[in-house]
Design a protein around this ligand. Structure first.
Ligand SMILES: Cc1cc2nc3c(=O)[nH]c(=O)nc-3n(C[C@H](O)[C@H](O)[C@H](O)COP(=O)(O)O)c2cc1C
Length: 203
């Protein structure tokens, strides 16, 4: 299994990701000219370096000193949590430590599919969850801000996937009730979007 190769830290199932690539892929303008939703995937696994690069591009830290991230974020709340769903479980990405923390050993991808069977064929899905508690007492507008923030992160994922030759599609469809239960989300943590990801199928 891909994650077994990661370095285990401590007792908890935390997996240290390798450093992301920050100079790979095509130019931004080329990626924009090629970006398209794709809903077919090969079964080839996504290696740890590629996963780390996609997660960093999504909302990883790009200004170490200020701990700011690749995606803009309303009032710099950095409310978007990314969960990585795979056949062997679901993992929460921590951009500050570049680690994945396992939250369940269950395959939650069927909760994402919501009738779109192609989703369960993707080896990895990234789930964007807005943690509304990060907006503090600014509850007015927090729901909208979370949606905008998730969309920026999802677009980053679309573009980095294009640049690396991966297929993906941004999706709203999912069973948010089942998913929230399986991921152990609080009532303030709201699943908003997901991106199934995989290499293109062989032609
Ligand atoms: C907010 C949003 C939600 C979407 N939800 C889904 C979805 O649940 N399932 C799906 O197959 N595609 C979904 N899409 C993808 C759109 O269908 C797709 O972007 C559109 O058909 C345009 O195609 P393109 O992305 O190749 O330009 C969604 C796109 C956006 C922006």
């Amino acid at each position: 299994m891909l994650l077994a190769a990661f370095c285990l830290s401590g007792q908890a199932k935390d997996y240290k990701l390798p450093k992301p690539q920050t100079k790979a892929g095509m130019s931004l303008l080329e990626a924009l000219s090629k970006r398209a939703s794709a809903r077919a995937f090969s079964q080839r696994e996504i290696d740890a370096k590629t996963l780390s690069t996609v997660l960093w591009a999504a909302c990883g830290i790009n200004r170490e000193k200020e701990k700011k991230i690749t995606a803009p974020s309303a009032i710099n709340a950095q409310d978007i949590l990314i969960y990585v769903a795979r056949q062997d479980g679901a993992f929460l990405y921590d951009p500050r430590t570049n680690t994945l923390k396992q939250v369940t050993e269950k395959d939650v991808r069927p909760y994402l599919a919501a009738g779109q069977q192609f989703v369960t064929q993707a080896p990895v899905s990234l789930i964007m969850v807005s943690d509304q508690s990060r907006f503090g007492n600014r509850s007015r507008g927090a729901a909208d801000m979370g949606k905008y923030d998730a969309a920026y992160v999802s677009e980053n994922i679309c573009l980095v996937c294009t640049a690396l030759g991966l297929n993906t599609v941004p999706r709203m469809m999912m069973d948010t009730v089942g998913l929230s239960r399986e991921l152990g989300l609080t009532p303030q943590q709201v699943p908003l979007l997901n991106n199934p990801i995989g290499w293109p199928p062989a032609k």
